[in-house]
Every structure is written in structure tokens, then in C-alpha cells.
Design a protein around this ligand. Structure first.
Ligand code: 76R
Length: 287
């Protein structure tokens, strides 16, 4: 039975972000043959995680002291995240990368609008809220949301293959005076609608992946943004700050940004003679 104030969501990939510090000087001490072996072992393991229906993995070189390397793992089930973590931790590469921080969440598409419409539709039919009939009809209508093209395309989308990535966790404020969770449903739905409108003015310039993390991590959501130009992050996030949902209710954790690179560039990243590239030509289907 659902609390009437709760918006539904469609949930898909389990997501684990892992940030590492990389000991570059120790790596540089290694003989070329040793490096090659370690890169090969890591590349094979990462390839297995990437070329699977059930999992995906993304690599990014991060800028700033908080982390050097970010791995983004997607999995169709929670166990898959546990597996991915173990796979990485037993690599020889792990002697050179130290976990700095991590974030656990699940991709979600928020359904304020649809939830409101479903509630209204069931009320029109005269069904008693939360009766057996109501619940059944509700579940069926929610299931249909998965098939709406706008949702279907994003629900199980793989990690966006765009050069720049920005990740940060956020909450909606629960203060004594200002509290997102005590706002009436209709007000929150309106605010999210406005949020979506501002967001859509950046459509095409940025791919956003919102994941819910209540129950798994410190904040309530993880926000991943992917773009072909890093300046887009500042422009978008700044503009959002003026939107009521963010201006009044948004609370943010640390921001992380960096460049995504292709799996076959792992050796280039580790050797560090140039910035590893994202070879999206090789991965068109995953864009
Ligand atoms: O069109 C749709 O169906 C999606 C509408 C939409 C929802 C439901 C949407 C659009 N977002 C939604 C939900 Mn978003 N988003 C953020 C941030 O920095 C900040 O101020 C906030 C961080 C950004 C930058 C951003 C961008 N969004 C959410 C939620 C869940 C809230 C809930 O359920 O209560 C959060 C936490 C959140 C945060 N949002 C968009 C964007 C952009 C760019 C879009 C438009 C995407 C597009 O059309 O391409």
C-alpha cells in the first residue's frame, strides 16, 4: 500500500560509483613488461563487465585532489555491484589504486506527473484508494509507464559515451521551516515540472542520469551529467540554482568532474604521457 504523498518512480540499473587515488609514482617504477601484464588483466576484467547484457562499466580520469580515477558500474541486480567490486579489488592494478570514496544508488525516472494522473484517473473511476482493486489498477497503469517511449529509451540506457562527466550527490531539504517532504504532492509535482522545463532547454547538450540513493548512501540522489563540453555543467547547474526546486530545496554534496576514456585506453591513462581518449566511434550503440 502506498502513501498518497509518495511519487512513483521507474527503477532500473543499480549503480556503483567508485573513486580511487592512483599511485602514479609507484606505477612509474614498474618495468614495462609488468605494466603490460597488469593492464591486460584489468582490461580483460573490465571488458567482461562492459560487454555483458547485465552490466556496464565506465572509466573516467577525474580532475582535482578528491579522486584520480572513477569507475561507474551498472548492474541489473544488486549482487552485480558486489561482484564488480570484488572483480576490481582482486586485480593486480588494485595495488596501485586506493579507494577514496564511493556511491551506491539505483537509476530512477521520477513520475510525479504520471502518479498524479493515475491517482486522478482511479478516483474518477470511483475506486476506493488503496483497496485491492485500486492497487491492481494502479500497478497496471504504472507498468504501462515503462513502455512510454520517453521512458523506455532512458530506463535501460547504458553509460552515456560523452567525453565529460560530472557527478554529485544531493538531498531535498528537510528543515524545520523549509521541508520538501511536507509540501503537498501537487506543489512538488508543479516544482518538478518547472525543473524539467529548465532542464529541457539543455536537451541534447547534456545527458542526465538521476539515481535514487535513499537506503544505500548518505544523500538522497546521485546526479550524473554527461556532455561534450565541460562548460555546459556550470551553465546548467547555475541556471538550475534559480529554479525553486534547487534554489529552496537543493542541498549538495561534493562535486566530481573528469574526462571519460575508453577501456582500450587504460594503459594510456596509467602511463600518463597524454590524456586518455574516449573513442566513441568504437562504441556508437552505447551513446
Ligand atoms: O523529461 C522528463 O521526463 C524528465 C523530467 C525530469 C525529472 C523528473 C528532469 C529533467 N529531472 C527530473 C528529476 Mn533533473 N536534474 C537534477 C539536477 O544541480 C541541481 O540544481 C540539481 C541537479 C540537474 C542539473 C538536473 C538536470 N532531477 C530530478 C530529480 C529527482 C527529484 C524527485 O523525484 O523529487 C533530481 C534530484 C534532479 C536533479 N533534469 C532534467 C536535468 C535536465 C538537464 C533535465 C532535462 C533532460 C532532458 O530533457 O534532456
Amino acid at each position: 500500500m502506498r502513501h498518497p504523498d509518495v511519487p512513483e518512480s521507474l527503477d532500473s540499473w543499480w549503480i556503483l560509483h567508485r573513486m580511487f587515488a592512483f599511485d602514479r609514482l609507484a606505477w612509474d617504477e614498474l618495468a614495462q613488461t609488468e605494466r603490460a601484464k597488469i593492464v591486460e588483466q584489468a582490461t580483460d576484467a573490465l571488458n567482461a563487465l562492459k560487454n555483458s547484457e547485465d552490466t556496464d562499466v565506465g572509466l573516467a580520469q577525474m580532475v582535482g585532489h578528491k579522486a584520480d580515477l572513477m569507475l561507474t558500474h551498472y548492474s541489473k541486480n544488486y549482487e552485480g555491484l558486489a561482484h564488480a567490486q570484488t572483480v576490481i579489488d582482486r586485480l593486480r592494478l588494485s595495488e596501485f589504486i586506493t579507494p577514496a570514496t564511493s556511491y551506491v544508488s539505483i537509476l530512477e525516472l521520477g513520475l510525479y506527473d504520471a502518479t498524479g494522473k493515475i491517482h486522478a484517473g482511479l478516483a474518477e473511476k470511483g475506486l476506493k484508494p488503496h483497496s485491492e482493486e485500486w492497487n491492481k489498477a494502479f500497478d497496471e497503469l504504472l507498468k504501462e509507464q515503462e513502455k512510454v517511449p520517453h521512458h523506455a529509451g532512458r530506463l535501460w540506457a547504458r553509460i552515456p559515451q560523452r567525453r565529460y562527466v560530472c557527478f554529485y550527490p544531493m538531498d531535498k531539504k528537510r528543515g524545520e521551516e523549509v521541508n520538501w517532504y511536507t509540501l503537498p504532492f501537487a506543489d512538488r509535482a508543479r516544482l518538478m515540472l518547472d525543473h524539467g522545463k529548465i532542464g529541457r532547454t539543455f536537451h541534447g547538450q547534456v545527458t542526465q542520469v538521476i539515481s535514487g540513493s535513499i537506503g544505500y548512501d548518505k544523500f538522497e540522489w546521485g546526479v550524473d551529467l554527461y556532455a561534450d563540453d565541460p562548460l555546459v555543467f556550470k551553465k546548467l547547474i547555475y541556471e538550475m540554482r534559480f529554479d525553486e526546486a534547487s534554489a529552496k530545496y537543493g542541498i549538495f554534496g561534493d562535486f566530481y568532474s573528469g574526462v571519460q576514456f575508453s577501456l582500450d585506453q587504460l594503459g594510456t591513462y596509467l602511463d600518463g604521457n597524454k590524456v586518455a581518449e574516449l573513442n566513441s566511434r568504437l562504441e556508437p550503440a552505447m551513446r
